[in-house]
Design a protein around this ligand. Structure first.
Ligand SMILES: NCc1[nH]cc(CCC(=O)O)c1CC(=O)O
Length: 330
């Protein structure tokens, strides 16, 4: 089969796309990469003012729907929670380490950074959790691709930046990491470290070719995380972290443990809660945890929206396609 894979030009996007292209070529398919420029790549304004990280996905989804390309490889955390009519996530491969990492000057860890050290991040989620640590760090908003953000440390513009470990691993830069952050301190973005392979709904042959690349445990985990995000009706400026982990019980049954953080960007308010349940209940767990957070005051830091609709989330594992609204920055 001949597959046109639409990709952004950034190092991370092309590496992610190329890795999936190679998997398809290994299976005897022909793959051509098609470069697509998105508003997020050309406009340097803060992502929050452009409608969040969804701006990266929008142009690529448009090309998919227009039939200009057949396949897109997204960082799942950059993909809006609401499904795009006519498109499906044909595969969610096994996830990379989902944790955030610090790249700091002089090999410093977070705890070793002095009072008032400047930490760069454009993510309200990272800012909220950094500030909530109470270390006296000065969080500064930054933007740009991974290399640009790391160069701010090298140039002395900031003392440290927070980045997804997965992105650094994919571009071969884990050597620059000075500390991988424990999720107890810094919960990653919902979907962080996972890829989403998106195709047109009617692309039967391509869907079949991609199906073996799907990892059911990863799909269940990110479904729980994204169900939480959807049920919170979170906007792109809402600082929300979530991490679902699949754990095997002694009797062999698979459970999901889902943790979440909601807080104010200045660190003045923070809420951490968790739930555990069977893997089949992934979407419902996300909604349950969202309700728990809302009961305990999360609504104060999340713009009000429609109440969660449990019916929007089928409980059958084969149907674990995230629905509902909202996105936010990494
Ligand atoms: N926000 C941009 C973005 N989208 C995906 C990744 C990293 C890879 C991933 O999380 O899957 C990054 C960089 C970062 O947050 O440091």
């Amino acid at each position: 089969m001949m597959v046109r894979l639409g990709t952004r030009r950034s190092a991370l996007a092309t590496i992610q796309s190329e890795s999936v292209a190679q998997l398809l070529r290994d299976r005897g398919h022909e793959v051509e990469l098609v470069m697509i420029t998105t508003e997020g790549d050309t406009n340097r304004a803060p992502l929050e003012t452009m409608g969040g990280t969804g701006v990266f996905a929008a142009a690529i989804r448009h090309a998919l729907l227009a039939g200009e390309v057949d396949l897109a490889v997204h960082s799942l955390k950059d993909l809006p929670v609401q499904p795009e009519p006519g498109l499906v996530l044909a595969a969610i491969p096994s996830r990379e380490d989902p944790r955030d990492a610090i790249v700091a000057r002089d090999g410093l860890t977070l705890a070793e950074l002095p009072q008032d050290a400047v930490v760069g991040t454009g993510s309200p989620r990272r800012a909220a959790q950094l500030n909530a640590l109470g270390l006296g760090l000065a969080v500064r908003g930054i933007r740009g691709n991974i290399d640009t953000r790391m160069s701010l440390v090298t140039s002395g513009t900031v003392d440290a930046v927070v980045l997804a470990r997965a992105g650094l691993a994919r571009i071969g830069r884990t050597a620059a990491i000075t500390e991988v952050l424990d999720p107890l301190q810094m919960l990653p973005a919902p979907g962080q470290g996972a890829l989403a392979l998106e195709v047109r709904e009617d692309a039967t042959e391509l869907r079949a070719a991609l199906a073996p690349l799907d990892d059911p445990d990863t799909r269940a985990a990110v479904t729980a995380e994204r169900a939480l995000l959807g049920a919170l009706e979170a906007g792109c400026s809402s600082p929300i972290g979530a991490l679902a982990e699949v754990v095997e019980e002694l009797d062999g049954s698979l459970m999901i443990s889902l943790r979440a953080f909601v807080g104010s960007k200045d660190g003045g308010f923070e809420l951490r809660r968790s739930v555990t349940g069977p893997i089949e209940a992934a979407p419902r767990l996300g909604i349950e945890l969202a309700q728990l957070l809302l009961q305990d005051g999360a609504a104060d830091v999340i713009p009000p929206g429609a109440p969660p609709k449990p019916d929007a989330f089928p409980t059958h594992p084969e149907d674990l396609v995230p629905t509902n609204a909202a996105e936010r920055e990494s």
